[in-house]
Each structure stands twice: as C-alpha cells, then as structure tokens.
Design a protein around this ligand. Structure first.
Ligand code: GDP
Length: 338
C-alpha cells in the first residue's frame, strides 16, 4: 500500500521519496505538489526542490516543448483548449500546459491569470494545466518554469505547451525553454495594432492566424499570404527551417490539424538535421547560466553587511570613483571569504 501522506502532510524527508515515486508514475496530484515545492520561496523547501529536480532529470527530455504567444484576446486559451484536446483524443498524447506571465505577482490580476480557462481540457485525464507561478520566487519565474517542464516530462507528459503573453517581456525567456515558438495573430489588424513587435515575429517558427471563421475567413487567408511573404524577408534561421503560416479557428475547431502538421514538420526537419538536439544543449547551458546568476545574486544578498557593502560600492561606481570591475571583484571577495 502506497504511502500517500504527502498529499495531506507537509513535505518532509520522510515522504519526499513517495512524492517523487508517485510523480514519476504520472500522478497529477504529486506533480502539482512537486511544482509547488519548486515554486516555494521558503529556503528550506529548496532542498526538497533540488532533490525532486535531480530525480526527475534522468526521466525528462522526452517531450516536445511548444511556446505559444500572442496578444491578450487573440485566442490563446481557446486555441490551447482545442489543440490540447486534438493532441489527446486524436494523437493519444499526454499534454501539459504551463503559463509564464511576467506580470503575475507584480500586478494582482495577472494577464494570463485567474479567469476560468480551458474548461474541457482540464477535465481530460491526460491533461495537466498549471497557471503561472507567482513572481518573486527564489529561482525567478523563468527558472521555475524550466523546472516545471522537467517535472511534467518525468511524469510522462509528451507535449508541453508553454503559454505566454505577447507583450514583449517573457517571449525571449519562453523561446529559450521551448523547441518551437508559435505566434497567434489576427487578420485585419496591422502588426502595430496588435502590439506585436518585429522581434517577436522573427522568433516565431510558425504563425497561426486565428479567428478564421465567419466574415473573417477571406481576410485570414489574405493575411496568411502577406505574413508568409514577410517571413521570407527575415534573416535565414539557424535551424534551416522556413517559418510557416496557417489559418485556423480555435473557437470552431477548424484547421487545428493543420496547426499540428505545421509543428510536426518542423520537428521532423530539425530532428533530422540535428538542430533540435543542438538547441536543447544550448538551452541547458543557458539555464545553468541563469541559475548561476540567480545564486550569485542570492549569495551577494545573504547578509546585511554584504548588502551595505554592495550599496557603498554601487555608489562609488555611480560617482565614477571606482571601476565596476574592481567593485565586483571586491564584493565577490567578501561574499566568498569564510
Ligand atoms: P487569450 O487572451 O489570447 O487567451 O484569448 P481567449 O482564448 O481568452 O479569447 C478571447 C476571445 O476571443 C474570447 O471571447 C474567445 O471566445 C474569442 N475567440 C477565440 N478564438 C476564436 C476563434 O477562433 N474565432 C472567434 N470568432 N472567436 C475566438
């Protein structure tokens, strides 16, 4: 009989192994609990978080990670609702949905926030939906999301959808943790109107013109041609892949299969030409660097003395009395002395 007491009790060294085992067996409650521990701001939880991540690491990686972005209102959650069900019902995949929202924790109501989303998908046994972590946690929002991806993979989720808002803050971070970056757009509203920056378009591996239904169908098809032409003018991508555009209606469940075909052909091509693995390796290094920076930051703020010293050095740098190089060296010397 399994000991499920981690579900009711506080996590401890006695029940952490049970939690990890259940997570790896695909238990969604254990997975949710484990993610909460990784998101915790309590320093002692970090020990358990590290234990969980270490145990999950060898079981992770066997998924495809898709970043999804687009301005609020473009239909991201409606699309994920349809697309997620397509992946589960037609392709028999296990699908996890994670959200990265840089505004959560800063403003009370986050953009991806609290509205009831993905009603049908959340009822599927093979779906796991996790809202955005609140900001300000120990590892930073992006590092936490990376951990959540690993945990979902270790729990057997094969397709990870990472949703973000297309307002230019978190896209680069999401691009850094996913294999394919999908941009949702609307027809008939110029790029400037949609607030989509050219840089975000350049990051996209695929674009979907959503709301291609009713009167909007023709406009969407025309927009597809325009965007496809525009994408051809962008610099060649390192992957060798030429970004593609499709139209769909998330609400009416139309062309969702075409969206998948687009994504699938990207994976076939980049797995064959080696780019997929190359990008994953690069992303692991960038995660390592992000964690290292974060740990340095914590280290340099661990005592009042250090904080005061840092402020003094900062002021000297500001006044041009001290070189940043020298100030940084000083601070590191003090932080690392016994
Ligand atoms: P998000 O803010 O990007 O997550 O957008 P939502 O998924 O919440 O959708 C915003 C609004 O657009 C909602 O009222 C949806 O019902 C509507 N919507 C989403 N997809 C479609 C679509 O394909 N066609 C139409 N006509 N409306 C849609």
């Amino acid at each position: 009989m399994k000991n499920k007491n981690f579900k009711r009790k506080k996590i401890s060294s006695e029940n952490i192994e049970d939690l990890i085992r259940d997570l790896i067996e695909g238990d969604r409650v254990a997975l949710g609990r484990a993610i909460t521990i990784c998101e915790s701001t309590i320093v002692s939880d970090r020990v358990f978080a590290n234990q969980i991540v270490n145990a999950c690491l060898p079981k992770s990686g066997n998924s495809i990670r898709i970043g999804i972005t687009g301005v609020p209102g473009v239909g991201k959650s409606t699309f994920i609702e349809s697309f997620g069900q397509f992946l589960i019902k037609k392709l028999h995949k296990k699908v996890a949905v994670l959200a990265v929202d840089p505004t959560s924790g800063i403003s009370k109501g986050s953009i991806l926030g609290d509205k009831t989303r993905m009603d049908y998908l959340s009822r599927e046994d093979n779906a796991f939906i996790r809202p955005s972590p609140s900001g300000g946690a120990l590892g930073g929002v992006a590092n936490q999301s990376r951990e959540s991806i690993l945990l979902c993979e270790a729990a057997g989720f094969e397709i990870i959808l990472v949703e973000t808002v297309g307002v230019g803050q978190s896209e680069t971070e999401v691009k850094e943790m996913t294999d394919f970056f999908l941009l949702l757009m609307l027809a008939g509203a110029g790029d400037e109107l949609q607030g989509i920056k050219r840089g975000i378009m350049e990051m996209a591996d695929g674009m979907l013109i959503n709301k291609a239904d009713g009167d909007n169908k023709v406009r969407a098809r025309n927009a597809k041609k325009d965007y496809q032409n525009a994408l051809h003018l962008f610099p060649k991508t390192e992957s060798g892949w030429i970004p593609k555009v499709e139209v769909c209606s998330a609400l009416e469940n139309e062309n969702i299969d075409l969206a998948w075909d687009l994504i699938d052909s990207y994976f076939k091509e980049t797995k064959a030409n080696g780019f997929f693995e190359k990008q994953r390796k690069r992303q692991r290094i960038s995660w390592f660097k992000a964690v290292l920076n974060q740990m340095w930051y914590l280290e340099l703020n661990k005592s009042e003395d250090l904080k005061i010293r840092k402020t003094i050095l900062e002021n000297e740098v500001k006044e041009g009395k001290l070189s940043p190089y020298f100030a940084a060296k000083e601070l590191i010397k003090e932080a690392t002395k016994k």
